[in-house]
Ligand binder design. Structure first.
Ligand SMILES: [Zn+2]
Length: 260
């Protein structure tokens, strides 16, 4: 048997468990023989992850659900394979169903033609949905479901006691998940989600990429202020709400202002 290396009571993260970077964070939440997975990552690491789980002596038949935190390829490309190997049901937010069941490469960020990025996106049948206010039970554990849109419209987070599985909302360095209209980003919603995390009394954030870290309101404030500036920057294209320079220019044109 492989020694389990939980990062918190009842929580194993597969990159930490493996002692190397496999991909996005894959959280195994367990109580007794029952367990669930929060994300699975890319298809190429599914077998390795399931083998680690088997070696840690978790009965594969006791996987109660595999959750897709949102419909981005790096989190969910392996869902179809994992579902087939574990025979466990797959759950996502309702807005993730269409892109996942159709294998939509644009919405899942699997294909970015201009950068010659073209990843496989195996369609997967979603067995159930989870949404804001619901609760997931694993043995005696309870996880509260938070819908935290912004990075994508289907981004879920999960609160368990003083920890929050915080998805792609914020990482230890204050970066956030990619803002891009193609996979449904919304900066206004993103700021709201970050404020919700800031106002919450959770102690630990367990993100979907990189190390877990202690919730730090100063870091959140800095990130929120940065995203607020994005609302008015041309850099963020259709995700920005306005571009003050164009308003200024309009006034200058109307006033007949010229360079002096
Ligand atoms: Zn993502």
């Amino acid at each position: 048997m492989l020694a389990r290396k939980p990062i918190f009571p009842n929580v194993i993260e597969m990159n930490y468990q493996a002692g190397e970077v496999l991909g996005c964070c894959v959280y195994l939440v367990f109580d007794g023989p029952d367990w669930i997975l929060i994300d699975i990552g890319l298809e190429e690491t599914v077998e390795e992850i399931i083998e680690l789980i088997r070696q840690m002596d978790f009965p594969l038949s006791r996987c109660k659900m595999i959750i897709g935190t949102h419909a981005d390829v790096d989190h969910i490309q392996g869902l179809a394979k994992a579902k087939q190997l574990l025979k466990a049901p797959v759950f996502t937010h309702p807005r993730a169903i269409a892109p996942l069941e159709s294998g939509d490469k644009l919405r899942t960020f699997a294909q970015i033609e201009a950068q010659k990025i073209d990843m496989a996106m195996p369609p997967v049948k979603i067995d159930g949905t989870i949404d804001e206010g619901e609760q997931i039970t694993v043995g005696g554990l309870k996880l509260d479901v938070w819908l935290t849109p912004g990075h994508t419209d289907s981004q879920l987070s999960f609160r368990m006691g003083d920890i929050l599985f915080s998805g792609d909302n914020i990482y230890r360095d204050g970066c956030v998940g990619a803002i891009d209209a193609h996979h449904g980003s919304d900066i206004v919603a993103f700021i709201k989600s970050l404020r919700r995390i800031r106002e919450s009394d959770v102690t630990w954030l367990l993100p979907s990429h990189g190390p877990f870290f202690r919730k730090d309101n100063a870091l959140l404030d800095k990130t929120i202020a940065r995203l607020e500036s994005y609302l008015h920057m041309a850099d963020f294209g259709t995700c920005a709400t306005d571009w003050p320079l164009l308003d200024e220019w309009e006034q200058e044109l109307a006033a007949g202002t010229k360079a002096n």
